[in-house]
Design a protein around this ligand. Structure first.
Ligand SMILES: [Zn+2]
Length: 337
């Protein structure tokens, strides 16, 4: 399904949909298994880097298998950080139900231009669109943001301008908007505890009533996983993320409908694989370290969709009902070769 039935309920329903990045089979299985166990709607997102790493033909087969295994689970397939109209068009043809066009690194007028063009292409085939306005800190694949320390110190310079957001929404007609409110990509987000700009979120909700908001760079980088990585031979000093209680506040009290979580999954997988390598040095069967790694993904995603963070557990049936109420819309390219 597209993200619409999900966001319809999430906007003022006190929860948000987790958007988890897929790069291979174990990640996809871990995410799906967790969401099925928690009856949580979810977004599987694929970046340009993932398309290059795994090849779309493999990712598509893996995701089709997941959909076939849990036909009752609400799943949207989303392009993460699309950078061109051509890529958006290709993803629509590949069966994505939702896309992001990220023109936030361009000057404002150029961002409007590329986002409006991508939205036109996607909407023509029933695919929902996420735009981005404002600047995030940190680095993610080829998305380079502001230096995290500079970002936190001068947050007011980088956050999304609420008035500009209204203008952007009107001119592009995006279905959701990724906003800059103090989150940061990657594992080394902050030196000190992060504080999100909730006053900005409130302002955007006033200037853009009903527009679903998206938070990128929202991993929490739990200290116990950093400790595990470092204990078993890793080197990740001073890694810090967005505290889970801040995420919980954003999704339960404000119109944040989608929260992107990638770093925490990478961290869980890496910590577990490191542990196996360090404690069983003779092990060389990939199933015996990727398997426990997959289990670590399951636990991490269950924690994220639970009541303490995204609060989307148990919402699968309601989302399916909303989708049926809308007439079960699917993108026009879906299922076509
Ligand atoms: Zn992002």
């Amino acid at each position: 399904m597209t993200t619409k039935p999900m966001f319809d309920l999430a906007y003022d329903g006190g929860f948000a949909i987790g958007a988890f990045n897929v790069n291979n089979m174990e990640l996809c299985q871990g995410i799906i298994e967790a969401c099925a166990a928690e009856k949580s709607p979810l977004i599987l997102q694929i970046s340009k880097g993932a398309r290059k790493y795994a090849k779309m033909i493999y990712l598509k087969a893996i995701i089709d298998a997941a959909v076939a295994e849990y036909p009752w689970l609400p799943i949207a397939i989303h392009l993460d950080h699309g950078d061109t109209v051509e890529l958006v068009d290709q993803c629509c043809k590949d069966g994505f139900t939702s896309v992001m066009i990220d023109g936030s690194h361009h000057p404002y007028e150029e961002n409007i231009k590329v986002t409006a063009a991508a939205t036109k292409v996607a909407h023509a085939v029933g695919v929902t669109v996420e735009g981005e306005l404002g600047m995030l800190g940190g680095i993610e694949e080829d998305v380079v943001g502001v230096n995290p320390e500079e970002y936190q110190k001068n947050l007011h310079k980088f956050v999304t301008d609420p008035k500009q957001a209204a203008d952007f929404w009107e001119k592009t007609r995006v279905d959701s908007l990724a906003v800059a409110i103090g989150t940061s990509h990657g594992a080394f987000k902050f030196k000190h505890e992060a504080k999100l700009a909730f006053d900005t979120v409130e302002e955007i909700m006033k200037t853009c009533p009903g527009l679903p908001l998206v938070m990128h760079g929202s991993s929490s980088v739990p200290q116990e996983f950093i400790d595990l990585v470092n204990k078993y031979g890793g080197k990740m000093p001073n890694a810090k993320g967005v505290p889970e209680d801040q995420i919980h506040m954003a999704v339960t009290k404000y119109g944040v409908c989608k929260v992107n979580i990638d770093t925490d999954l990478r961290l869980a997988l890496t910590a577990k694989i490191r542990e196996v390598f360090a404690t069983k040095p003779a092990e060389f069967d990939p199933r015996n370290y990727l398997g426990p790694g997959r289990e670590a993904i399951v636990s991490m995603v269950r924690r994220k969709v639970g009541a303490g963070v995204l609060n989307s557990a148990g919402k699968a049936d309601a989302v399916i009902k909303q989708w049926e109420k809308l007439g079960k819309p699917m993108p026009a390219f879906y299922g076509k070769k």
